[in-house]
Design a protein around this ligand. Sequence first.
Ligand SMILES: Cc1cc2nc3c(=O)[nH]c(=O)nc-3n(C[C@H](O)[C@H](O)[C@H](O)COP(=O)(O)O)c2cc1C
Length: 344
Amino acid sequence: MEKPASSAAQIAQSMHAMEMSQTDTFDAAEFRRALGSFATGVTIITTRDADGNNIGLTANSFNSVSLNPPLVLWSLAESSNSLAAFRQAAHWAVHVLAADQEPLSTRFAKRGVDKFAGLDCELGVDGVPLLRGCTARFECRTAFQYEGGDHVIFVGQVLNFTRADSAPLVFHSGRYADATRRDAGIKPRNAYLAGSFNEDFLGYLLGRSHHQFFSKIRSHLDAEGLSDEEFYLLSTLTLKHDLSASELDAGMAGVLDDHSAPALQSLLQRGLAQSLADSSGQAYELTLEGRACALRIITAAKAVEQQLLERLGPGEGEVLKSLLNRLLSATDAGASAIWQRAEG
Ligand SMILES: Cc1cc2nc3c(=O)[nH]c(=O)nc-3n(C[C@H](O)[C@H](O)[C@H](O)COP(=O)(O)O)c2cc1C
């Protein structure tokens, strides 16, 4: 492909015009923030330099340009250590990162480190290193390079691409984010009584979802002869090898409260849990039979979870869990207390 038609004089003229109206008139940090309000995906662009070294960096300036011919672009800061390599490179590859690849993005956004250390790369056109596990990958031949202020814009002709149905990593307002689809078909309906507990009310959504989920695993609880309360206690006891009486109380506070003691008594009587008395006081653990019982129910419950999550889009289950976890840690000090000690 040829260089673009604009003359050097035209470019110089427009650069001069830009300098005249430049950032003295507005705040640079605010300008960055305004640009950051444009949500993007995250990519890693890789190439190989003249000495055969692997080069790569995180970039969110990637965009599509043309379908026919197939062209994409991205821009590279003049200050980048990778500039010389990309200026000379005949080929490079764009990797659109998946939601679980934030660590890879962070790694490739660092300077002066061996970004490829320990990575198992494939080799692409011209020996360009290709990363695995991405949402999409485009192998490109350099078509054009443009000066763009303090960046260089690279336009590439796509030679090959791959695609997967995984959730994308998103970048917005300087932070990583998740993407979820909007479901145009589902809108909260208004109740007859204005301001009622309608489908826009969190309590309704949480309560009804919980009810639906549980109704699907209740037959497994029935088969084990467990009540909801006993199951809840049993699953709490799987969090840690042994739980002190006060940890158990903290975990049950606001959930089982008064029902906790009879449920615990029942698990002890049935030989599913046993009490331990150590120097720090009373504690409880699952017996072998209790663990086997918990594992049977967990396996069944995970299968139910899998079926339900398959009805959501890629990565949306993770987003839902992350939001519920945040809600819980904001509202349920008891639950997070158990986790802190369980991790410690
Ligand atoms: C989400 C994200 C997007 C980025 N996008 C770009 C970009 O489009 N162009 C760019 O030059 N740098 C971008 N950077 C910064 C580079 O990744 C970073 O400066 C890197 O250290 C450059 O490495 P190098 O100096 O080894 O080339 C981005 C960083 C992050 C975290």
